[in-house]
Design a protein around this ligand. Sequence first.
Ligand code: FAD
Length: 299
Amino acid sequence: MSDILLRAFPALQRNQSLARYTAARLGGPADYLYIAKDPAYTDIKRLLREAWTHDLPVTVIGGGANILVADAGIRGLVIVNRAARIEPCGTRVQAAAGTSLIHLARFCHERALGGLEWAIAVPGTVGGAVVNNAGAHGSNIASNLLRARIVEPGNTTWLAANDLDYAYRHSLLKSRADRRFFVLEAEFALQRTDHETIGAKMAHNNAYRRRTQPPGASLGSIFKNPPDDFAGRLIEAAGLKGERIGGVQVSPRHANFFVNLGGAATAGDYWQLVLLVQERVKRASGVTLELEVQLLGDW
Ligand SMILES: Cc1cc2nc3c(=O)[nH]c(=O)nc-3n(C[C@H](O)[C@H](O)[C@H](O)COP(=O)(O)OP(=O)(O)OC[C@H]3O[C@@H](n4cnc5c(N)ncnc54)[C@H](O)[C@@H]3O)c2cc1C
């Protein structure tokens, strides 16, 4: 299989570290790595067909802002989706899944299209946001998504947002065990809104983040907020702000953010800190925190 793949796709890289493709800057190598840049996705469709036909495991990474990749890396093929394109049509906008969500929010602001003000500081791609139902400031991707185009073995189809079972940081796609799908693009419905009104909301959201969230390499919120509470509050109440394992620290600014301090930090440190926090919060408050970030690779 490897020979067929390498001959057919000379741009495939072997044994490349994935650390630079994740927001935590951690993680080991992919057996095969492909960086998708063509928003027509001709290459991706061909590559996926080849991999799926030969049962090669495929893992998709968007902005890497919500994944913790194992130090041992990921077996099989990893596709990093950087294929970006935005096409407006009236108050609707289509975006290729590799488009940065922040770029899409800025694009909508420029055209006085309201609805994505919450996304102005949320890292990652449109594809990752569609899978995760990313959200902030009381809104989320499901609020504006009309439909998403997905390729699966033998099938390319538009799925309506209503059929994606969206809930808090959850979608039908995120819970699919087979992982044999790739989001190609998404279509959003927006509202004509005064340019200044959108700008003011975005400035407010940006300022809030600068005030409350730490700079540096992290994965955003590690745990989901439990019903009627905040994971950060529970972690802080358990006395864990500033707690550190190896090169990874519970942020002293926002306890639900774990920051890679650099140097010799590993994904293993990150994971040990997750387990320690989960255990201490359970002991202190009785609450079992549920992971928001996703583990990928050989753990
Ligand atoms: C500093 C910081 C702040 C954050 N703040 C927020 C926040 O306010 N709200 C929030 O919701 N999240 C937040 N996050 C988390 C992250 O931004 C979101 O989860 C984001 O939607 C992840 O997108 P991504 O492209 O990086 O996805 P990735 O992390 O690369 O992938 C996430 C999942 O989506 C899958 N995936 C990605 N693209 C595709 C595709 N094209 N086809 C199929 N599957 C795909 C991956 O396989 C994986 O399962 C934050 C993260 C950071 C680092």
